[in-house]
Design a protein around this ligand. Structure first.
Ligand SMILES: [Mn+2]
Length: 245
């Protein structure tokens, strides 16, 4: 049904052993897009990741489904989200794809270059989060964290999550959405007219004008037990679609 000309973008599956329905839907999706040229998983594929050596045995069947898709010829690229920034090269090999550690990248689609990012870097109003992000993405912190036993990492991650949850509860909706200047900067830095990102869980297509050029910001949805909003690129353009198709 799909060909090399089709590219899909998904984000925020937040896969977790406690949500088997979402895992099942993801497996269904990877089967449904067989034949597509490329799949981009744009961050927060999994709810947490403590390192490739720790893995998550409860999600092996989902990783197998991605590996199957890749083995049939779809190029799979994974970008880091704020929850799974420790996905590494071994995970990439596990799923037959590539893990990119860049915050943003540009991919060439039939209708032109498209900028792709998780989207947390656009939420610059959330100063507390951005400070934490700088720490967690530093190689010093990551080397220290990955040097701990898996049991110790579980404890550290739990403490971080509790801290972030209580901070999030105190934040307004606006603070947790993208900042308009950061969006403009992202368009200018990438020199593209289409930006695809996730993270905010506010799936939508925003038309905007930057430097007198019509631009589009496509926001991917988070995954629910029965549906997900994904982006589909074909020679006729890029559009948000609801899966199941
Ligand atoms: Mn996120």
């Amino acid at each position: 049904m799909f060909t090399e000309q089709d590219t899909f973008f998904i984000a925020d599956c937040h896969l977790d052993g406690s949500r088997p329905d979402v895992s099942a839907l993801a497996c269904e999706f990877f089967k449904a897009i067989e034949g597509a040229g490329a799949l981009w998983i744009v961050g927060d594929f999994v709810e947490y990741w403590l390192g490739d050596d720790a893995g998550n045995p409860q999600l092996n069947h989902v990783f197998d489904a991605v590996a199957k898709l890749a083995s049939l010829g779809t190029t799979v690229t994974v970008m880091h989200g704020n929850r799974d920034f420790l996905l590494g090269d071994a995970f990439g090999q596990r799923i037959g794809g590539t893990v990119l550690s860049d915050d943003a990248t540009v991919t060439q689609l039939p209708q032109g270059p498209v900028s792709v990012m998780h989207g947390d870097t656009l939420c610059t109003d959330d100063v507390g989060y951005q400070q934490l992000r700088t720490l967690l993405r530093s190689s010093a912190w990551q080397t220290d964290f990955l040097g701990k036993s898996v049991a110790e990492r579980v404890e550290t991650a739990k403490a971080l999550r509790e801290k972030s949850q209580s901070a999030t509860a105190a934040k307004t909706d606006g603070i947790m959405d993208v900042n308009a200047v950061a969006v403009e900067d992202a368009f200018l830095a990438s020199n593209t007219r289409t930006l695809i990102h996730g993270h905010t869980h506010r799936p939508n297509t925003h038309e905007l004008e930057i430097n007198a050029q019509a631009c589009r910001r496509i926001v991917l949805g988070d995954w629910h037990s029965d549906h997900a909003r994904v982006a589909h690129s074909s020679p006729s353009g890029v559009a948000l679609k609801t899966f199941p198709f």
